[in-house]
Write a new protein. Structure first.
Length: 82
């Protein structure tokens, strides 16, 4: 699966939730976001779902991107490189 921007975020989420995928490429996907479902409950972000990913993932982020979270490469949930 390949996703760009919002699609990159969705591709990362699908990597954790869809067990039929064999690999994911995410380009400029946001790792954390304040999305809510139709009931108003917070939806899990790709970063929160990361421990459930069991397939190969390649993710690319821009170092000059002004959107918070896109200019950082998350090494682990507690450490990021910006």
């Amino acid at each position: 699966m390949l996703g760009f921007c919002v699609g990159g975020s969705l591709a990362l989420a699908c990597a954790a939730l869809n067990k039929r995928l064999v690999g994911v490429a995410a380009l400029y996907g946001q790792l954390e976001y304040p999305l809510k479902n139709e009931k108003g409950d917070a939806m899990p972000s790709p970063l929160a779902l990361a421990p459930d990913i069991q397939i190969p993932v390649t993710a690319h982020f821009g170092t000059a991107d002004p959107v918070l979270g896109l200019s950082c490469t998350y090494v682990t949930p507690s450490r990021s490189v910006c």
